[in-house]
Design a protein around this ligand. Structure first.
Ligand SMILES: *Cc1c(COP(=O)(O)O)cnc(C)c1O
Length: 371
């Protein structure tokens, strides 16, 4: 069936190798792989937990952690909840996450009580906001940070596993030596206060990994949390390719349901499109237009990049065809300059950007195939 997501497990494994080499060998960091980008797909998660260099498996949804918590533990991987817990899900957080990220005293108290009820010690990482302005205790509120550290240290059923920061998500702030050094400095002060080492000083996501190959990562940073860099091979700070990784791990195939020569400009008064936007069109004269059976309900149409296979079977960008736009269930393409003949029933293939991948992996309408 189409649309189809082709998951190349071998290439994903090689991307983990590439990320592990950088983070573990060159960067002296532990490796946390983030599974939310593929909705914790079972085959992908099984492959991750069989990889000897992965230390933690993380997701933003407890439901996804529940799918693999027991198996991951058996293989020696700890599970981590990345999104701050909702008070409504505390019981499942303690059950399925070995570690959770936190910034609120009321949530920490609830976790401590629940861990006691379940007879467990739950590990927590305290998030510090260095200016991206998503989650974390603001770095200038040192009183809040140190009093929370003391409170957690005094709790019977919580263990302070470490501290962390998230960047390049809301505020799009790029991790640098200077802002991560603020985190490193907090780690040193907390360790001095507690008289012990923290297990984790987590320096961010796929936007931080570049600091290692540029030789700019503060030494104190001891963990990175990687989703996009292993799934799609991307450094998300400057858009470079992670050395040794590839981009064609996840490929979408969609089928052509109409192929006709029509004008490039719609005819009549322009109102709003199906999503309430006023569209802008470029006049290219009469063009060869294809309609594909995939749309915004399945993916982010503008986050698909047309690809074709080279002689070695790798997917390379196909600049001869172009996405014009889409609606809920359709993607429209300009095939005028296509370097091969297409007909109705043929498929068009794409690699994916992060947003497109997230939706494809979650859509019940997309078939999955593994290679
Ligand atoms: C999603 C997420 C990650 C992974 O981000 P990538 O850019 O995909 O590497 C890491 N940390 C947190 C807190 C997240 O929410």
């Amino acid at each position: 069936m189409y649309p189809k997501l082709i998951v190349n497990l071998e290439k994903l494994r090689e991307n983990i190798d590439a990320c592990a080499k950088i983070t573990k060998e060159d960067g002296n960091c532990s490796l946390m792989l983030v599974t939310k980008g593929v909705c914790a797909d079972e085959r992908v998660c099984d492959m991750i937990m069989d990889h000897p260099q992965v230390d933690y498996m993380a997701d933003s949804r407890v439901l996804n952690l529940a799918k693999y918590h027991d198996k991951a533990n058996e293989k020696g991987k700890q599970t981590v909840l990345l999104r701050l817990p909702m008070l409504a899900e505390i019981e499942d957080v303690v059950r399925y996450a070995d570690v959770s990220f936190n910034s609120e005293m009321s949530t920490l108290n609830a976790l401590n009580e629940e861990a006691g009820r379940q007879g467990k010690t739950h590990k927590v990482v305290l998030m510090i906001d260095l200016g991206d302005l998503r989650e974390g205790m603001f770095f200038k509120n040192e009183d809040e940070i140190f009093s929370t550290v003391d409170a957690v240290e005094g709790m019977d059923h919580l263990e302070l596993h470490g501290i962390g920061v998230n960047l390049t998500c809301y505020g799009a702030i790029i991790p640098k030596n200077d802002n991560l050094s603020v985190l490193a400095d907090f780690a040193e002060r907390i360790e001095a206060r507690l008289g012990r080492k923290l297990d984790m000083v987590s320096g961010g996501n796929s936007s931080s990994i570049y600091l290692i190959w540029k030789g700019q990562m503060p030494e104190k940073i001891s963990n990175l949390r990687l989703g996009e860099s292993f799934l799609l091979g991307n450094d998300t700070a400057y858009g470079e390719t992670v050395p040794g990784a590839v981009h064609d791990t996840l490929i979408v195939e969609a089928q052509i349901i109409e192929l006709k020569e029509k004008p490039s400009l719609p005819i009549g008064e322009v109102g709003k499109d199906a999503f309430g936007n006023v569209p802008v069109y470029e006049d290219r004269g009469i063009i060869k237009r294809a309609i594909l059976g995939i749309g915004k309900q399945d993916t982010e149409v503008d986050g698909m990049i047309p690809v074709k296979q080279d002689a070695d079977g790798n997917w390379i960008d196909d600049e001869s065809i172009e996405i014009l736009g889409g609606s809920s269930d359709h993607t429209l393409m300009d095939m005028t300059k296509a370097d091969r003949e297409y007909k109705v029933g043929d498929t068009v293939t794409f690699r994916l950007e992060y947003g497109a991948m997230l939706k494809v992996a979650t859509s019940p309408y997309v078939e999955k195939e593994y290679r």
